[in-house]
Design a protein around this ligand. Structure first.
Ligand code: FAQ
Length: 330
């Protein structure tokens, strides 16, 4: 897909000498931290990279409702049910802001959805893992929303105006999501031996998939160099993964839970934690469509799209009627 159309890290970002005059002017605006707005001139690759990233981000928010939606009817109390329902609705809202931001780049939401359903566009690898117990809902909020925020806070300063502005509200809501997840983990970790075991088991299963959310290691990240030169991305995948580990280790300690990594230790020299890389073979396999829940997630999206056909048809028919009535009135 778009990945093939822009220069990748292997080739590096374009040098000033390789740029046209228009591209040089554009780069100067980026370097001066001037936001790019929908009607501004932009290189084709910049537009395509944004459509790819924002589109995948939107799909992730929408598909991301499925693992948690699975628990709405089984939440242990009415209060937990209301909180989870509100969180899942927030994720739908995030998807909609992001589709709107992508539409400002000249692609329709229908087109983005068609690309998702045909397998041309991706969504985050994390949502291909199942939520087996209530503790998993805690782990999703704590770790998955925690990783999402770590990645999205810098995106509030991304160079494309509509994306940066969407991120401001999304980050506020994600902070609430992360806290509600941590709150579930606290209850479970301080609960009965069985609840404690469930909390540890959820951490064991969600730890490495959460690390994978930041994308492949920098040496394998094809888009990072150009995306960072354009300030579409502000940090590399490895930088954010490291920050996430450093932030999460004390939180796990507070819960009295053990991160499933024998190599995890504080490094006095670097002032950061050393930790094991996720299994990258598993990551690439999951994003190719072979994760535990890929088929289930895509079937759910396909069904939602087909079930919604009558609503889209109704809206179009209504639009046509109104247009005809306007013409008649003139
Ligand atoms: N999953 O060259 P890079 C959330 C692909 S929101 C699947 O490093 P890039 C909220 C990548 O697309 C979570 N594919 O790529 C929530 C590329 O393939 P392509 C979503 C991945 O774009 C919480 C290839 O690998 N957040 O969770 C993944 O520079 C709870 C090479 O990679 C965003 O989308 C992955 N994890 O960096 C909702 C944030 N990683 O497209 C419900 C915005 C990489 O060439 C419940 N996105 N790939 O075929 C980004 O910051 C970036 O796109 C990265 C990847 C960092 C994800």
């Amino acid at each position: 897909m778009y990945a093939q159309m822009v220069k990748s890290t292997g080739q590096g970002a374009k040098t000033r000498d390789e740029m046209t005059d228009e591209e040089r002017d554009f780069q100067d605006r980026i370097d001066a931290d001037i936001k790019i707005e929908p009607r501004d001139w932009m290189p084709d690759g910049y537009r395509k990279t944004l459509i790819r990233q924002i589109g995948q981000h939107a799909h992730s928010e929408i598909v991301g409702q499925l693992p948690e939606g699975n628990w709405i009817t089984r939440a242990p109390t009415l209060e937990r049910k209301m909180i989870l329902l509100a969180k899942v609705q927030d994720e739908a809202g995030h998807g909609l802001y992001l589709y709107s931001a992508a539409e400002t780049l000249g692609v329709s939401r229908d087109d983005l959805t068609a690309q998702l359903l045909s397998g041309k566009m991706k969504y985050s690898s994390i949502f291909n893992y199942p939520t087996l117990t209530w503790a998993d809902i805690g782990a999703v909020g704590w770790l998955v929303d925690g990783a999402a925020i770590m990645n999205q806070v810098p995106l509030q300063r991304t160079s494309y105006g509509p994306y940066a502005r969407a991120m401001i509200r999304i980050c506020k809501e994600e902070s609430f999501h992360q806290r509600q997840g941590y709150d579930i983990m606290m209850k479970m970790a301080q609960g009965s031996p069985e609840q404690r075991k469930m909390a540890q088991d959820a951490l064991n299963r969600f730890w490495y998939p959460s690390l994978m959310m930041f994308g492949p290691s920098d040496k394998d990240s094809v888009h990072s160099a150009q995306s960072m030169a354009w300030k579409i991305k502000i940090n590399t995948n490895d930088e954010l993964r490291q920050k996430f580990v450093d932030q999460t280790v004390p939180q796990a300690d507070y819960l009295g839970l053990t991160i499933p990594d024998e190599n995890l230790k504080w490094n006095e020299e670097t002032g950061r934690h050393d930790f094991s890389e996720p299994d990258w073979t598993e990551f690439f396999d999951v994003i190719k469509g072979n994760g535990p829940c890929n088929t289930e997630r895509m079937n759910a999206r396909m069904k939602a799209w087909e079930d919604g056909q009558w609503v889209r048809d109704g809206l179009l028919a209504h639009g046509r009627k109104r247009a005809a009535a306007n013409v008649a009135a003139e």
